[in-house]
Design a protein around this ligand. Sequence first.
Ligand code: BTN
Length: 250
Amino acid sequence: MNIKRIDYKEIDSTNLEAARLATGGAAEGTLVVADAQTAGRGRRGRQWESPQGAAIYMSLILRPEAEPERVSGLTLVMALAVVQALEKLGLSGCQIKWPNDIVMNRKKLCGILTELHMENGKVSDVIIGVGINVNQECFISEIASTATSIYVETGRRIDKDVLIDAVISAFAQNYSIYQKTYDMTNLREDYHAFLANRNHEVRVLDPKGEYEGIALGINLRGELLVRKQDDTIEEVYAGEVSVRGIYGYI
Ligand code: BTN
């Protein structure tokens, strides 16, 4: 994948800018990076605090030739790339909270927002937005109990560009593996190695009714397999999974 990086001092949201560029025909591999976002977006319509300086805000444009249901796994592929990059920089101990939060010492270090756009019934582009807390020394009170940064956890200041390069190169490698099958066949084992929820008790906040069970891992589509108390196994696609007794922010 050829990476073409475009930098902004400030933008509303790198995901929105990437979507605008994609609509204008930008190629796969276009990477939007900003120093600050004025309208940073999280999952489920939440805001993503994006002050200038200490964090990474970036979005990558992809143009996968696949059915939409084969594309959702890409968000797990990026989560895997982020932990692999952190390990490569000597930052061990990061884990993935399914599907795609990166946590360290039970607090959230990175969030990923994947957005898919369709045209004439086909996937036209996929935007994978990544926010990584790198050098922040503290957080606003609303998120202080759940959010953390690499600096807070390790006392190390990391060069953001070095980390961006490491994430993108890990992603490019994972993406070419993913494209062989368009599922998690060849990446599942690596993903499982970092999966914090695995073999832990989880509560699934399903709109049809909450339930609890043991998270066994993911299937090839990237859905979380949860063994319920009656021994049946649910494949959890959407909905929030929270893990009791492990993460402070759940
Ligand atoms: C989450 O809620 O966990 C996902 C957060 C994703 C934040 C990143 S920051 C870069 C990109 N631009 C956005 O507006 N959001 C994503």
